[in-house]
Structures are given as C-alpha cells and as structure tokens.
Design a protein around this ligand. Structure first.
Ligand code: B12
Ligand code: SF4
Ligand code: SF4
Length: 267
C-alpha cells in the first residue's frame, strides 16, 4: 500500500487531482445483501460482504458516471472527475464533511440510515455547489469494534494500524506471509468483525444492486480445492468478475492453505 504515501498531495488537496476544483459531491451505496450472510458467517473460509459479489469498481463506476452526466447538464462548463476507491481521494473524510456519514471509532464511515456496509465514491468538480453541514459523531461511549477486532488493529479509537488488519493481509498483500502475519480467524478474503458488532448496522438496508450478492462460483466455494496450488483454473474462476480479481486467485489459494493449517492446529 505504498501508493498511499506516493499520492499524499492529491489525498490532502483535491485541487491537485483536479486543478480548479471547488466542490466535492460525496456518494454512498449500500452493498449489503441478505444472500451474503451465509458466506460471511461461515466458520472457516469467510468472505467479507463487500467482496462476495460482482466487482463494485465496475458497477459503482457506471452509476457515478451517470451522475456525472447529470451534473454536466446542470453546469456544461464544469469539469467533473469521478472517483471510486482507486483514486487518491479520502472518500471517508469527504463523506463526513459532506454530511452523509461520520467516521466511527472503527474508522468506517457510518450513515445513520444505512450503517457501515456501504461503498463510497465522489465527484470532484469545478462547480461551486452549496455545501451541506458536516456529520456529527454518534459513536458515544460505545467501544464494541475496538474490543472485538481479533487482531487488536486499533491502537486507539479512530485509528487503524493497517499492517495488523486482516484485510491488508488476505486482500492487499501478495506473495508469502511473514512472521508478522496475524492469524486470519477464518477469513478467506477481507474481514467484517468491526462492522458485525457495530450497533448502527441494525439500520442496514438491502442494496438495490442484487449483483452485490455472491457470485455463483463464490457461493459454491470449495476451500479444499482452492487450497490446491495446482488448480489454477479453479482459483481464477473464483475471482472472475469480482473485486477479488485484483487480489488474484493465487493469493486466495494461499489464504485457503493458511486457513486449513490454522484449522488443523485448533482441532
Ligand atoms: C487503503 C484502504 C484500506 C487499507 C487501509 C485502511 C486505512 N485505514 O487506511 C485496508 C486494506 C486495511 C482497508 C480495509 C478495509 N477497507 Co478500505 N480502503 C482503502 C482506500 C483504498 C484508501 C484509504 C486511505 O486513503 N487511507 C489513508 C487514511 C489516512 O485515510 P482514511 O482511511 O480514508 O480515513 C482517515 C481520514 O478520513 C482521517 N480524517 C478524518 N477527517 C479528516 C479530515 C481531513 C481534512 C483529513 C486530511 C483527514 C481526515 O481520519 C480517518 C481515520 O484515520 C479506501 C478508498 C479511498 N480512496 O478512500 C478504501 C475504503 C476506506 N475501504 C473500504 C472498506 C469497505 C474496507 C473494509 C471494510 C473491507 C473489508 N470488509 O474487509 C476494511 C475496513 C477496515 C477498517 N476498520 O477501516 C471503504 C469504506 C466504506 C465505508 N463505509 O467506510 C472504502 C472507502 C472503499 C470504498 N470506495 O468504498 N482499506
Ligand atoms: S477489518 Fe477485521 S482485522 Fe481489520 S480492523 Fe476490522 S475487525 Fe480488525
Ligand atoms: S462499534 Fe460502536 S464505537 Fe465502533 S464504530 Fe460502531 S458505534 Fe462507533
């Protein structure tokens, strides 16, 4: 994740990304689907809810581009730059500043009417828009996410040590694991523990996009077959058309082997 420090200037200042930028429109879409619960709730081989379905980069980008066109119809002279996840833009900070969510102690953006199972995106524009007031922190005295994180990845409330987060290891990290790699606690891809315990997720709503539910291949996941390093066709079929394509079938197969080893130690 060294790209985070390489693109610090853009992250800190949207006018580096789009010279002349005057406003940022913050966008949020629920990805929670009831069909994802079985895979996310499995004992071993759990897949985080954001990763079970069709690649959100593709699906959300289409929706954001449609909104971009609407903005351009209102202000044809404007420049409008869409971002979804991969651009050097702090999408959570903008969501908070635009009043659609606050950044919780888990560092997740929480919308009072949707909870945390949401994707964020933005439209950075040269249009001068009237800003909404920022969101107010509603975590109160709750510390459930900090207490529940299986790898103690929060050194303090509102702070995440990414190198301890399971998602860093099983999604972002390629190659072999190291002695610093924490136990994966059953998670094959991503981790949802700090969200599962968040009381605001009682307000989660099913996504209007049914394709965020599990793909047929992931829904029929065979962990033992995935763990076989020789079965590359199966690895690739599992990640096909999902956001896990970036992680790659090989890394997913590595995760499966680690999980099966962890399970044997527990038995
Ligand atoms: C790198 C990354 C990761 C890394 C590191 C996370 C991290 N803390 O930086 C890893 C791999 C660990 C990760 C994990 C996850 N991620 Co992630 N990740 C990103 C990514 C690509 C960049 C984040 C970034 O810039 N980090 C740098 C730090 C400094 O910034 P930050 O995390 O955005 O938040 C801080 C600032 O907002 C700051 N802040 C607050 N107010 C202000 C005001 C100003 C002016 C400034 C400068 C800063 C500031 O405080 C925050 C907390 O430290 C974003 C997409 C994006 N472009 O934003 C997705 C994103 C944050 N991830 C997302 C998701 C879904 C996840 C996971 C839930 C996936 C999963 N289920 O496994 C986990 C959650 C772990 C957790 N508790 O946060 C979503 C979050 C959606 C939401 N509702 O909050 C995002 C927005 C992707 C998206 N487009 O939807 N992620
Ligand atoms: S995603 Fe999992 S490992 Fe990462 S901070 Fe949340 S609970 Fe901890
Ligand atoms: S679990 Fe509690 S402290 Fe953590 S983000 Fe949710 S409301 Fe905030």
């Amino acid at each position: 994740m060294t790209y985070l420090s390489r693109t610090l200037a853009e992250r800190e200042d949207a006018t580096v990304l789009l010279p002349g930028a005057r406003s940022v429109v913050a966008l949020m879409l629920s990805y929670w689907r009831p069909e994802s619960e079985r895979l996310a709730g499995a004992e071993v081989g759990k897949v985080a809810r954001y990763a079970v379905g069709r690649d959100y980069h593709v699906l959300v980008r289409r929706k954001v581009r449609a909104l971009r066109k609407s903005l351009l119809r209102l202000d044809p002279s404007a420049e409008v730059h869409p971002t979804i996840d991969t651009s050097p833009v702090m999408e959570r900070a903008w969501a908070e500043r635009a009043g659609i969510a606050w950044i919780g102690k888990s560092t997740m953006a929480i919308a009072p009417e949707l909870g945390t199972y949401t994707f964020l995106a933005t439209l950075v524009t040269t249009s001068e828009l009237v800003p909404d007031p920022p969101s107010i922190d509603r975590c109160g005295s709750c510390t459930r996410c900090l207490d529940a994180c299986p790898t103690q990845a929060f050194p303090a409330p509102y702070e995440l040590d990414a190198t301890k987060c399971i998602t860093y290891w099983n999604v972002e990290r390629s190659g072999d694991f190291t002695p610093e790699t924490p136990a994966l606690h059953g998670w094959l891809a991503g981790c949802d523990v700090c969200q599962e315990v968040c009381p605001w997720n009682k307000f989660k709503q099913a996504s209007p996009e049914a394709r965020f539910g599990p793909t047929a291949a992931l829904d029929a996941l065979d962990l033992t077959r995935l763990a076989d390093p020789a079965d590359a066709d199966y690895h690739e079929a599992l990640v096909d058309k999902t956001a896990l394509k970036r992680t790659g079938g090989e890394a997913l197969s590595r995760n499966a082997r680690v999980l099966l080893r962890e399970q044997t130690k527990l038995d």
